[in-house]
Design a protein around this ligand. Sequence first.
Ligand code: HEC
Ligand code: HEC
Length: 387
Amino acid sequence: MTFFWSSWITLISIGCWLFILGVLLFVLKYKPDVEEDGTTGHEYDGIREYDKPLPKWWLVIFFGSIVWGVAYWVFFPAMFPKHWEGIATVEVDGETVPWTSHNELNSELEQNNKVFTANFEQNILAKADASGATSTLATLADMQSTLRHSETAPADLKAQIDGKVAELAPYVEKLSENPNALKVGSRLFLQNCSVCHGSNAKGATGYPNLTDNDWLHGGKPENILLTLHNGWHIGVDYKKEPAKLPMPAWRENLGEDGVRAVAEYVLSISGNQNDYDLDQTLVTQGKTLFNQPTNCVLCHGPEGKGMVSTGAPNLTDNIWLFGGERETIRDTLRYGRAGVMPQWQTKLGNERIMLLAAYVYSLSDKTTPPVTQQTAAPAPTAEATAN
Ligand code: HEC
Ligand code: HEC
C-alpha cells in the first residue's frame, strides 16, 4: 500500500475512534432536568422516559473495545503499516521477526514442516532402513540456513550444499524400494509435477519423459536429487537475453540454408531417418556445420549422442523432447529452445525432495540405453548402412 492510502486509512480509523469516544463521554456527562417522579417529563404514546445510568456490563464492553482498538494498533502494524511494525513478533527461520500475515504463514509452514520431518524420520526413513540420512539432512539444513543468512555467501558453500545433497543418494535408492515412501512420493508428484510431466510421468512436448532411460541431466539418484534441488535454466529472461538459451537459436548464425542443412544431418543420424527421403547433399553440408568446434558438437558431442554436462539431448535415438519431424527440427534450430525445470529446494524442502526423487527413480527404466552417452560409439552412418 502506498503511503497516501495507508495514511488515509489510518486517519479514518483514528477519526472514528475519537468520534465514538467523544459521543460516549458526552452521553456520560449529559444530565437532563429530571421531574420529581424521576422521569424526564418526555412521554410518547403513554411510555414515560427515565434518566437511568447505562448498565455497567455494557459500559465495560464498550470501553473495553475502545482500549482493545488502541492495543491492536500497538501490537500489529495497523497504523502507517510501513512505518509502524507493531510489537507483536513471530519466529521464522530461527529469527524473531515483526508480525505480518506473510511471516505468520511462513512460521506456520515451518511448524507444519517440523511435524512432517519428524513423521518422515520416524515412519518413513526408519522403516526403510535409511535412518542414516537423518544426520546428513541435519547438516544440509544447517548449511542451507547459513547460506540464507549470510549476505556475502562463501563462494564454495553452494557447491558444498550440492555435495551434501548428493550424499543422500543411497538413501533415496532405499526409499525407492519402500512402498510407503513411494505412496507419499506419488502424491507429491501429482500435486507438484504432473502439470508438466503428466500424471504418469511420461512427459509431453518440451517436458521430458521420466520413465525411460533417456536422460538430459542424468538418471542416477544423485542426478535426480540435484535436478530437483536446483532446477534447470531458471532465472533467465530468454526474451531479453536470447543468447543464453540452453539450445541456442541458429538462424542468424547459419542462415536458413545452414539451418536446413544441419536439420537434414540431424534427421540422418536420428532414429527416424527412414521416415524421410533425405537430401544427401544437405546431409554432407550439415555434417560439416555440425562438427565445427563452436557449433553443435560443443554441446551434443561429436556423434550427437548428447552430454549430461550440458543437458543437450542425444540426437541419435528416436526420443524427442520437442519433436523429430523435419519442420520441427528446423524450428528448434531456427529459434532455439528453453525448457525450464523449476527449482524445488525452497518450495518443498529436503525431505519431500528425497521422496520425489525416490518416486521418480522407481518409475525410471534402469537398463543402460543401447548407445551409451559420451562414449565413442561406432559412427552412426555405419549403423545407417546396416539398416
Ligand atoms: C513448469 C513445468 C515443470 C514442473 C512443474 C516440473 N518440471 Fe521437471 N522438468 C521440466 C522441464 C522443461 C524439464 C527439462 C529441462 C531441460 O530441458 O533441461 C524438466 C526436467 C526434469 C528432470 C530431468 C529429466 C532428465 O531427462 O534429465 C526431472 C528428474 C524432473 N524434471 C522431475 C520433476 C519433478 C519430480 C517435478 C515435481 C517436483 C517436476 N519435475 C516439476 C518442467 C517441469
Ligand atoms: C550451448 C549448447 C548447445 C549447442 C551449441 C547446441 N545445442 Fe542443441 N540442444 C541443447 C540443449 C540444452 C537442448 C535441450 C533444450 C531444452 O531442453 O530446452 C538442445 C536441443 C536440441 C534439439 C531438440 C531435440 C529434441 O529432442 O527435440 C535439437 C534437434 C538440437 N538441439 C540440435 C542442435 C544442432 C543441430 C545444433 C548445432 C547447430 C545444436 N543443437 C547446438 C544444447 C545445445
